[in-house]
Design a binder for this molecule. Structure first.
Ligand SMILES: [Zn+2]
Length: 339
């Protein structure tokens, strides 16, 4: 379950002043306090949620840590007990049948008691497991690994709350020597990423639990890795088919031949039929990309390029003249006229 943003809980902007935060909290606390909503579970949960948000946002240090780390931050255990994020918040948090709170009015005299109760006494408050945030990264993968599957290594640099100073940046009166006052330390971690067979350029891989660490025993977030597939000098992927060009000699094209066609799966012996034309395409079934969703494997499609010898001799010219006499008609008969 996604934990609601503290600013959202209080209904204030991220840049809200301390006074605005306090005002928003007081307004909500008045509305949601258990004393004025006896037996209303939804109001109770909202009240806890509001209190938790306020405890963090009214405290400069905690607020800075929250702005930086979100719920996963170094606020692990803000103190207190009994707060269960699984039951808190929820969608909206208002009671069944709309808002039962609107009609409530305080008598002036009640306020003192109420706020004495809210602002005094109750030290600490909500804590408990908090899920870590999701993290995004990008990885470059070779064409071959993307098609056939493989593994890649990803260097993740992330900021973590400084454990020495509890993210305050201070060590007593001095600057924290570990983080030099930043409150955070950069960490580098190598993560091995399994590239599934058939991965497409721009595809995403989710690594559960490899995101930011949770707090208070909460689960870590997930790591979403976007895959960038490097272009191949020879192969080109179109859907689940792989395309490539195969040069052949004039004789191979004219008389037919068996040639080796490179595919991503290896070299495949293939026939060039007699009378093959330049740019003619041939299909090798099942030599393309295996679709990770359907399990169906695409084809390898190769386009023939007829290579004419650059060395010109009279014998060669005679052979070409002989070939010329064999065309069934004008090779340019189909070209548009009068352009
Ligand atoms: Zn530090």
């Amino acid at each position: 379950m996604a934990k609601r943003d503290y600013y959202e809980v209080l209904g204030v902007a991220r840049g809200a002043s301390e006074a605005d935060i306090k005002k928003a909290y007081r307004r909500l606390a008045r509305k949601l306090h258990p004393d004025v909503n006896p037996g209303d579970k939804a109001a109770q949960k909202r009240f806890q949620e509001v209190q938790e948000a306020y405890e963090v946002l009214q405290d400069g240090e905690k607020r800075r840590a929250y702005d930086r780390f979100g719920h996963a931050g170094p606020g692990a255990g803000f103190g207190g007990a009994g707060f269960d994020p699984r039951s808190a918040g929820g969608p909206g948090g208002t009671g069944p049948g709309g808002s039962p709170f609107e009609s409530f009015h305080f008598e002036a005299g009640d306020l003192g008691d109420l706020f004495g109760n809210l602002f005094g006494g109750r030290r600490g408050g909500p804590s408990g497991p908090r899920a870590g945030e999701d993290v995004r990264a990008q990885i470059e993968v070779s064409f071959r690994d993307a098609v056939l599957g493989g593994t890649a290594s990803l260097a993740l640099r992330r900021e973590r709350a400084c454990a020495t100073c509890g993210a305050t940046g201070r060590s007593g009166k001095a600057t924290c020597p570990t983080c030099r006052g930043d409150g955070v330390v950069a960490e580098s971690e190598r993560v091995r990423v399994r590239i599934p067979e058939g991965t497409e350029d721009g595809g995403a891989i989710r690594l559960q639990g490899k995101g930011a660490p949770g707090a208070g025993g909460g689960p870590a977030g997930d790591l979403y890795v976007t895959v960038r597939v490097t272009a191949h000098p020879y192969f080109e992927r179109r859907g689940n088919d792989i395309h490539g060009i195969v040069p052949v000699t004039v004789k191979e094209a004219y008389a037919g031949a068996e040639i080796a066609v490179p595919t991503i799966h290896g070299s495949v012996r293939a026939k060039v039929p007699p009378g093959t034309q330049g740019r003619q395409k041939f299909r090798l079934r099942g030599q393309g990309v295996k679709d990770p969703r359907t399990g169906h494997t695409g084809d390898h499609i190769y386009t023939v390029r007829v290579m004419v010898p650059k060395t010109v001799t009279s014998a060669g010219a005679d052979a070409a003249t002989l070939l010329d006499s064999l065309y069934e008609g004008d090779v340019r008969a189909d070209l548009p006229k009068g352009l």
